[in-house]
Structures are given as structure tokens and as C-alpha cells.
Design a protein around this ligand. Structure first.
Ligand code: 5GP
Ligand code: MG
Length: 179
């Protein structure tokens, strides 16, 4: 029997297990360890949703590294407003650095477009994109996603850092909105 949960006014059903999520993170971390051998990357965690993913990636990364945080927002309730705003910016110089963006989920790609603008303005040497979840049918941008965890159809999900109006971030597995 599926155990449903209720957050605010919506009902959610189990969708992706914690085990599957951990496996996806292991795979991403392994590739990062290979690709950044002998380097000192800066992880750029996109708040709020990616705090849990970011911490799990960082715990598995073996080289020297830094982590910085940026807070961007486009979602209201269960919909993207299509308008990405910077809520907490970057105050450190990233000039000449190798950056790895850590995203919870890539949907339309609007957030990545804004990050691309910010990172180019900061004159980073290069950046790569790592995302735990990805909705390919919604993606409208051209940026290559270098490390993707789990692809999903156009469902609204919560858990593992992702919220519905502030709730659900603490769930260690992922739930989708029940239709
Ligand atoms: P994009 O800018 O790619 O359209 O959307 C990216 C951001 O929208 C994500 O970082 C996340 O904060 C939010 N988002 C997209 N899809 C979902 C979803 O299914 N559930 C939740 N909770 N947030 C989502
Ligand atoms: Mg996000």
C-alpha cells in the first residue's frame, strides 16, 4: 500500500526511493572525482532546493574544494513564474576558477540561464552543471548538463530538499503530486 502524504492543500504519493537517489548521487560523485582529479573546484549550490544534494556530493568528493551558495527563485506554489530573481548573490571573486553548479532539479532551464549570465560576468575559467533531477520534456535551453542524476517526466515532486510552499524538504525520498 502506498503511503500518501499531505502538504498544505495537496496530496503526494511515493515516487523515487531514497536508495535510488543515493545511487544517482554516488554515480555523480564518482564522475566528479575522476574529472576533477588534482583540481580545486568551487561547488556552487543553488539554494534552497539543492542543500541536501550539495551536502551529499561534497561528503563524497575527495579533492580539495570550496562551496559557495547562491539563492535564485522562480517557483510560486507548483508553477514556474518564468521570471528568475537573485535573492542571495555571490560576493566572492570567482575569476579564473573552475565551478560546478549543483542544482536540485532542472526544469525549463531558466535558472541555468541566469546562472550562466552571472558566471560569465564573474569571468570563471569554466563551469559544469550537476543536477540531481532533470525534466527533459520541459528543458528549453542549450546548456549541456554534464552530470544528471534521475530524469523524470513533467511531474511536480517534493522531498530531498525540494518543497511545496516551504514544506517537504526534509523527506529523504521523493514524492510526486497525486493526480
Ligand atoms: P527552471 O529554472 O529550470 O525552470 O527550474 C528550476 C527550479 O524550479 C528548481 O531549482 C526548483 O527550485 C524549481 N522546480 C522545478 N521543478 C520542480 C518540482 O517538480 N518540484 C519542486 N519542488 N521544485 C521544482
Ligand atoms: Mg533549484
Amino acid at each position: 500500500m502506498k503511503v500518501l502524504i499531505k502538504l498544505h492543500d495537496l496530496v503526494f504519493e511515493p515516487y523515487i526511493s531514497g536508495e535510488e537517489i543515493n545511487k544517482a548521487i554516488e554515480t555523480i560523485a564518482e564522475k566528479l572525482n575522476e574529472d576533477f582529479k588534482g583540481e580545486r573546484p568551487i561547488f556552487l549550490s543553488v539554494l534552497n532546493g539543492s542543500f541536501m544534494f550539495s551536502s551529499e556530493v561534497m561528503k563524497r568528493f575527495k579533492e580539495e574544494c570550496e562551496i559557495h551558495f547562491v539563492k535564485l527563485g522562480s517557483y510560486e506554489g507548483t508553477d514556474s513564474t518564468g521570471n528568475v530573481r537573485t535573492l542571495i548573490g555571490l560576493n566572492k571573486s570567482l575569476a579564473g576558477k573552475k565551478v560546478v553548479i549543483l542544482e536540485d532539479i532542472v526544469d525549463t532551464g531558466g535558472t541555468l540561464k541566469e546562472l550562466d549570465r552571472i558566471l560569465k560576468e564573474k569571468n570563471v575559467a569554466e563551469y559544469k552543471i550537476a543536477t540531481l533531477f532533470y525534466k527533459p520534456s520541459m528543458y528549453r535551453e542549450k546548456f549541456t548538463l554534464n552530470y544528471t542524476g534521475i530524469e523524470i517526466p513533467n511531474e511536480f515532486i517534493v522531498g530531498y530538499g525540494l518543497d511545496y510552499d516551504g514544506l517537504g524538504r526534509n523527506l529523504t525520498s521523493v514524492y510526486k503530486r497525486k493526480s
